[in-house]
Design a protein around this ligand. Structure first.
Ligand code: HEM
Length: 537
């Protein structure tokens, strides 16, 4: 719905559905002063992208300004420890200090180091999927747990402690950008920060005494070499959790939301799991979990006829930029085939997200396994998903209930959707677990004319097309067919049948069966085809 006036960011509904507000600002006020956030909002792709890349004029050293924008002057002194700790996070640093932080974490996030986690991630995902009941709420039971457990594995800490960490990171990040929820106020954020630092200080002490192959030990070794202090290690380790847990969990929920509300896309992914990475990329563009970054202007900057003054806080609204029609064609459409991937979901420039590869790997594994195990996953009509309304910075679902049927227990019967089928032929498909069996035949062409006796090539092609339609209804495509069986009334037709078959299923030779079908039904039915597809590994 198009907005007709300035958005009200104090209204939880605006936060829950912010895209109309973003579109309005992008169009009418590309540089907008928000009294609510006490910050400028940039919403156009070119502006956001340029500011992200310009660390000289847009500083990341922002914690004091963020706290000042939320908290009245008489309460600020109490938050000094919060500002001090958060200002050591690499994402709140500029220049040399920032580069040093990136270098220390760099080793743990190389493509090779991330790819080496694939088997462990698969195990984590499979274990969680195995515990799901028939109607789970997936934020709690799956998506919040996946990143927390992966990080626990990387940090070498017990799984249940990783979930405690998630509560701390939520309290911190929701507070930072004008939370509308009293449960995420300054006191809660400060307490979470203190508890988190206490935890990590202890952990760093332990690993110093007995180092292992985990991320914490790696960061300590690299940090010591670079002359970092204990406070700096603790800050960088704590920040990984702040950066990685909520964002990843929310983005996984967002991806599922877009798939379940776009059934055509979901069917395509089931038929062709190779499309999953592209669908993940598109969900990151159309709805990034981290909707904005903040910066502080280091000198006066004039933009769109207005001046941002030195010291002003700016929100770079990446979620708005990712739907800027000046940059993306048809930007509000969820298009899993889109090839333009220069979205800003992970930022740009010197602070570009270090966890990009890790997130993409965990998302690919999560959705590949989820769809393999529960190909019939669907939303539940009476329990629709709901967006959180407490933070403009972090978009995510508060819950997403789904109905699941384990693939092994599913037997689905469907008929091809071919319009001429009712009077001219049939096709049915059955799925039991990972096996799909389809069979069909056809007597009339698309115009409703009977095939001439002997026109077996065209008839076979048509037959294969209706089989393919049925396969697609069950979320599979022809590349997954592992065996076919062709019944024909006369072996003289074989060369034509084989030619048509080869064009469709070059990877799997047919078995021919000669049957006296013409004695059972009309002789025009020259061929019947059965195909078996395997959707498991
Ligand atoms: C969907 C999930 C994620 C999203 C949307 C996301 C987004 C972002 C964005 C936008 C930034 C830049 C912030 C800025 O410019 O101010 C960032 C920075 C960062 N992210 Fe992520 N992130 C995600 C997951 C992760 C994960 C899984 C990790 C690590 C395990 C991670 C680690 C980091 C780090 C270390 C930085 C700071 C980089 C720097 O300041 O140089 N992120 N992330």
């Amino acid at each position: 719905m198009e907005l007709q006036s300035l958005p009200d960011f104090a209204d939880p509904e605006t936060i829950g559905e912010p895209y109309a507000a973003f579109a309005y600002l992008r169009h009418h006020h590309p540089l907008f002063w928000s009294q609510h956030y006490k910050a400028w909002l940039l919403t156009r792709f070119d502006d956001v992208s340029a500011a992200q890349a310009d660390a000289r004029r847009y500083s990341s050293n922002r914690m004091r300004e963020l706290v000042n924008a939320q908290v009245p002057p008489h309460q600020r002194a109490a938050l000094e420890p919060f500002i001090d700790k958060a200002s050591r996070w690499m994402y709140a640093q500029d220049g040399k200090a920032h580069e040093a932080g990136r270098k220390v974490l760099g080793k743990a996030f190389t493509p090779r180091a991330i790819e080496a986690l694939a088997d462990d991630i698969e195990q984590i995902v499979d274990d969680l999927l195995a515990q799901l009941g028939p109607q789970p709420e997936l934020m709690t039971e799956l998506f919040n747990k996946i990143p927390a457990l992966i990080l626990a594995h990387m940090f070498g800490i017990p799984a249940q402690e990783a979930l405690k960490v998630r509560r701390w990171t939520d309290a911190i990040i929701v507070f930072m950008v004008g939370s509308t929820d009293p449960a995420f106020g300054p006191r809660e954020a400060l307490q979470a920060m203190e508890e988190m630092y206490e935890y990590f200080s202890r952990l760093v002490d332990e690993r110093r005494q007995s180092p292992g192959a985990d991320l914490v030990s790696q960061v300590i070794a690299a940090g010591e070499q670079a002359g970092m202090t204990q406070d700096d290690f603790v800050a960088q380790l704590a920040f990984i959790l702040v950066a990685a847990t909520t964002t990843s969990a929310d983005q996984l929920g967002i991806i599922l939301f877009y798939l379940l509300t776009h059934p055509q896309a979901l069917a395509e992914l089931k038929a062709n799991p190779g499309l999953i990475p592209n669908a993940i990329e598109e969900a990151l563009r159309i709805c990034p979990a981290g909707q904005l970054s903040h910066r502080v202007v280091t000198e006066d900057v004039t933009l769109h006829g207005q001046t941002l003054h030195k010291g002003d806080l700016v929100y770079l609204v990446r979620a708005a930029a990712n739907r800027d029609p000046r940059h993306f064609n048809d930007p509000d459409r969820f298009d899993i085939h889109r090839q333009q991937h220069d979205h800003l979901a992970f930022g740009r420039g010197p602070h570009f997200c270090m966890g990009t590869l890790l997130f993409k790997l965990e998302a690919r594994i999560a959705f590949t396994r989820l769809l393999q195990r529960f190909p019939d996953v669907r939303l539940i009509d009476e329990q629709q998903p709901a967006w959180r309304t407490n933070s403009l910075q972090f978009r995510g679902l508060s819950h997403i209930h789904v109905a699941l049927q384990p693939a092994g227990a599913t037997i689905t019967r469907c008929f091809s959707a071919a319009p001429w089928e009712k009077n001219g032929g049939y096709c049915r498909a059955l799925r039991a677990g990972n096996l799909i069996v389809t069979s069909g035949t056809v007597a009339f062409d698309e115009q409703g004319n009977p095939y001439a006796p002997g026109d077996v090539y065209r008839q076979t092609r048509r037959c294969l097309e209706i089989i393919e339609t049925a396969l697609k209804q069950l979320g599979v495509d022809r590349t997954l067919v592992v065996a076919t069986r062709m019944y024909t009334t006369d072996v003289a037709w074989w060369p034509q049948i084989a030619k048509a078959h080869q064009e469709f299923f070059s990877h799997c030779p047919p078995t021919t069966m000669l049957l006296g079908v013409n004695q059972l039904i009309a002789p025009a039915y020259l061929i019947e085809i059965e195909a078996q597809a395997w959707t498991g590994q």
